[in-house]
Design a binder for this molecule. Sequence first.
Ligand SMILES: [Zn+2]
Length: 136
Amino acid sequence: MISDFPRPSPGGCGEQIEHEEYSLHEMSYMIRLADIAIKECETHKAASPRTLVVEVGELTGVLPHYLQKYYPAVIQGTKLEGSALEVIRVPSEAVCDECGQHYHPEKEMDYRCPACRSLKARFIHGRELSVREIRF
Ligand SMILES: [Zn+2]
């Protein structure tokens, strides 16, 4: 009766998937974002910030909870030490070149315009991965 399942059944939350590749992905992005913020603080001879606010586009595949997880280790011994990280998720948005319609595509590979069915669309949001604000 008891059989071996190849993997646990999904809990309904895609962000619970543990994957080494993704972890390294987020770690390197977190280091890059923190570096930008540290340089910014040095340039302006600023005091230690309270919060670093970053924006992460839906299409980047970067999972905010990994950024949160790595943040304390990444900022240890830097100007950012002791600050909090706030992650703003930016939904993807496309604009149709044929009819000008703005819409939210479900997937990057399926971005047909809902109004005219054209495939000539450009993404104007969703690939963000940047420092939005440093709060002091
Ligand atoms: Zn269109």
